[in-house]
Write a protein that binds this ligand. Structure first.
Ligand SMILES: [Zn+2]
Ligand SMILES: [Zn+2]
Length: 375
């Protein structure tokens, strides 16, 4: 519910400016809304009231994730279908709008947010797998609005305090880095083990670096996009090729004992299986377009592969912060675009079309300012 107000009209000019005002007469915010398939719009956004235990943040920056792109390209992911327009954005950092004494955080401090709110009492939560909680409330997954807007209320329990020298980009990238850490936790690479990595998008490029930190040996990377292969080379890939066929050839058809799949392709699972050595392990991190995998069963069965699906992440933030703070993981060089809120629908389209030069896009809904920072 919002009102139009003409108080801001410039009456000496024939042009009339409309400003959206909320019920209190404050200028309204705006947000990116996904309405359905290939339909992203900027609309006025009426910030809801805060609930007990929540704190208000000015959104500093928010990332466009591959999962956001699936909502854009397919109108949903599996049974999670867009029924009503929602605001995406689960990778974000924000500036506190108030002091939080319990956490010794001051107004203006930059924080990250863990978007995953597990119930804490189901079987999976009690077994230590909050990422598998079926009662999860995930900020930025429908029906829960996310951070592609200027201000957001978040539960204080989901705030992640950051070192004082972190910037908004680093705050945002902790979430996708967490996905990569979780994937490598599942993969458990052996020291100097040779790994095949399919996909050099943001998650693939983070997995690549975490594999290196975890002691993996050669990492053979395949991605059809030239600029992503170049990024993989820069971030530590031993060899880069355009497809899984290259990896199969380099390994003389033997394949790799560990394969990590981080593509968005329905053929990603098939390619991962074909790239795996007999008896090898396959970790599936990517979400396939169209929510369907296709592979000949015998290819996987005859190799007796051990296959794991990575689902979001476990307890990763302290390690993600440590990896970024120590400089062991480069999260900045894969950020190819930084835009404002109004440019976001165009960025969704460009990413969906694999436009040249696009890897990771960050949105700065309040501009690239850093209140409280002297720089
Ligand atoms: Zn994500
Ligand atoms: Zn639970």
């Amino acid at each position: 519910m919002y009102f139009l107000d003409y108080r801001y009209c410039n009456c000496s000019s024939p042009s009339v400016t409309l400003i959206f005002l909320d019920r209190l007469g404050e200028p309204m915010g705006k947000a990116v809304f996904l309405y359905g398939r290939e339909d992203a719009r900027i609309d006025p956004f009426n910030l809801r009231d805060g609930r007990p235990g929540e704190v208000l943040l000015d959104v500093a920056a928010v990332g466009v994730c591959g999962s956001d792109l699936h909502y854009f390209k397919d109108g949903g992911i599996g049974s999670a279908v867009i029924k009503e327009p929602f605001v995406p954005g689960h990778e974000f950092g924000g500036f506190l709008c108030e002091d939080i004494e319990e956490l010794a955080l001051q107004r203006g401090s930059l924080v990250a947010v863990d978007p995953n709110k597990a119930c804490g009492h189901c079987a999976w939560c009690s077994e230590g797998h909050p990422n598998l909680c079926p009662n999860v409330e995930f900020i930025g997954a429908p029906p829960f609005d996310g951070a592609m807007t200027q201000r957001i209320w978040v539960p204080q329990s989901q705030l992640v305090a950051l070192p004082s020298n972190f910037d908004p980009l680093q705050a945002v990238m902790l979430e996708p880095l967490g996905v990569a850490i979780h994937a490598v936790d599942l993969a458990r690479p052996r020291l100097l083990e040779r790994v095949a990595l399919l996909g050099a998008g943001p998650i693939g490029l983070l997995v690549l670096q975490v594999l290196r930190v975890a002691g993996a040996g050669d990492v053979l990377v395949a991605d059809p996009l030239e600029h992503r292969r170049a990024a993989a080379s820069k971030l530590g890939a031993t060899r880069v090729g355009a497809s899984a066929e290259d990896i199969i050839e380099w390994t003389k058809s033997e394949g790799c004992s560990l394969v990590v799949e981080a593509t968005n392709s329905p053929l990603g699972f098939r390619d991962a299986v074909r790239t795996a050595r007999i008896g090898g392990r396959v970790i599936l991190v990517g979400i396939p377009d169209g929510d369907t995998y296709t592979l000949p069963a015998a290819e996987a069965r005859r190799r007796a592969l051990k296959i794991k699906f990575a689902r979001r992440m476990g307890e990763v933030y302290p390690r993600a912060i440590e990896l970024v703070a120590s400089g062991k993981i480069d999260v900045a060089s894969m950020v190819s675009h930084r835009v404002d809120l109004d440019a976001t629908p165009g960025v969704f389209r460009a990413l969906a079309e694999n436009a040249p030069g696009y890897i990771k896009a960050l949105i700065y809904p309040n501009g690239e300012r850093e209140p409280g920072r002297t720089q």
